[in-house]
Design a protein around this ligand. Structure first.
Ligand code: ATR
Length: 274
């Protein structure tokens, strides 16, 4: 029997997840379907219950429901609990909530040739997107993870939130200027500034000679942040398209027990971008 999966959000029409998962299913010869579900803003829980009652095996959750999904789950993985957001449900006897965004980012950075073990990393932003990737970055063995934010207190609050997982003492936090005390191997923009064509006003001298500047958004060409990074000396630039594919692959592996090869899907999506 064909196992059913879905991505749920509002809006959802432009989601790339159905195409990504269809490609993974074909490549791994898994008998599954994957659809896009539009839930009314006040009807998330009902839509999830309905899909589950119809035999759904799992879901991805996207904007604006990731926090509500976190509330709704019967159980949370540790990374999802700390992220405060859920992007993947696994339906069994109960609803397990997980978050594969951070693992997707870590995997993408590996693919891009920017390994995190021993790396000095600067994370820009202290909202949901930043919070979702901090534990996987720590667990990937970074030597330093500085969380910088426009509102410095929010960055410090995030550092405190993850203190129990920072046995090696790699975390630090503050405002843009406080981030200036080290060159970084990887700088990740997890602010929403790119959505309004803005860049965080970063001080000069942040980028190590072989550094990678990464913007979590995709499909916007060279963002204001990436332009600034290029001008400030970042050696390489990357958008978040790979993270999108890799977080999907992590979810697929949770559901199906097989990790798809992402190279072909990455290339196809890249070729389709403007
Ligand atoms: P998301 O879920 O995308 O992380 P969010 O939780 O609203 O969205 O967080 C948005 C993040 O982007 C915050 O870190 C915000 O900074 P503040 O905490 O100071 O508000 C940051 N941000 C948004 N617009 C920005 C801009 N123009 N320049 C710099 N940072 C910006």
């Amino acid at each position: 029997m064909t196992d059913r999966y879905a991505v749920i959000g509002h809006p959802i029409a432009h989601s790339k997840s159905p195409a990504i998962h269809a490609a993974f299913a074909a490549q791994t010869a898994q008998d599954l379907s994957y659809e896009a579900l539009l839930a009314p803003l006040d009807g998330f829980a009902a839509a999830v219950a309905q899909f589950r009652a119809q035999g759904g095996r799992g879901m991805n959750i996207t904007v604006p429901f990731k926090e509500e999904a976190w509330q709704l789950a019967d159980r949370l993985t540790e990374r999802a609990r700390l992220a405060g957001a859920v992007n993947t449900f696994v339906f069994g006897g109960d609803v397990q909530g997980d978050n594969t965004d951070g693992a997707g980012l870590v995997r993408d950075l590996e693919v891009l040739g920017a390994p995190l073990a021993g790396a000095r990393v600067l994370l820009l932003g202290a909202g949901g997107a930043a919070r979702g990737v901090i534990l996987p970055l720590i667990d990937a063995g970074v030597a330093r993870l500085f969380i910088a934010n426009r509102t410095a207190d929010k960055a410090r609050a995030l550092q405190a939130h993850f203190a129990g997982h920072d046995a090696r003492g790699v975390l630090a936090a503050g405002g843009w200027q406080e981030a200036a005390d080290a060159p970084y191997d990887v700088v990740i923009n997890a602010t929403s500034a790119s959505l309004s064509d803005e860049a965080p006003p970063l001080p000069a001298g942040l980028y190590a000679p072989d550094s990678l500047a990464y913007d979590m958004v995709y499909g916007r060409g060279l963002t204001a942040y990436l332009k600034q990074a290029r001008d400030q000396g970042a050696a390489r630039l990357a958008d978040g398209l790979g993270m999108l594919v890799e977080q999907a692959a992590e979810a697929f592996a949770l559901w199906r027990g097989v990790h798809p090869d992402t190279a072909a899907v990455r290339a196809t999506l890249r070729a389709a971008l403007p």
